[in-house]
Design a protein around this ligand. Sequence first.
Ligand code: GDP
Ligand code: MG
Length: 177
Amino acid sequence: YGDYNQRIDYVFKVVLIGDSAVGKSQLLARFARNEFSVDSKATIGVEFQTKTLVIDNKTVKSQIWDTAGQERYRAVTSAYYRGAVGAMLVYDMTKRQSFDNMARWLEELRGHGDQNLVIMLVGNKCDLGSLRAVPTEDAQEFAQRENLFFMETSALESTNVETAFFTVLTEIYRIIS
Ligand code: GDP
Ligand code: MG
């Protein structure tokens, strides 16, 4: 940690996908830098951020890709998915449509991605509980049917963000090691 010459045992590419404004960029900012900005603009330019962590005494560098504002269906290019071993499928739990679109995102992801892709369904903005439009059970059912991990998060309040990424990275590690 903090050593620029540290040995990296693994590099895992994980992609963030889901509708615009569900909180993908803020989830990434929270995970990679422990930051949140209230007035986040549509993502500009940055392709990915990295965070290095230790799993089972191995140094794992996670490379988390953000969609840079191309969140329309079929607008995300295959280069984005290439080489990904994990994915965070993000909806906004206060926006039913963003959850209903998960099936299309998943189809697109599975069309491009690796067979063994580890996928986490993420219901973000759980701090806005009174505005909830997606019951936990609906998401659980979808996740179970599609064989996805599932977690409700808040990038704002830092709820479950690390756990969500860590769960995916640990599962990837478990599969490839
Ligand atoms: P993206 O388009 O999916 O990258 O979404 P952003 O990360 O840019 O977030 C869209 C909006 O939702 C911004 O105004 C964020 O401040 C807000 N937002 C993101 N995550 C949360 C969260 O966990 N809780 C709340 N209340 N707002 C959030
Ligand atoms: Mg964004």
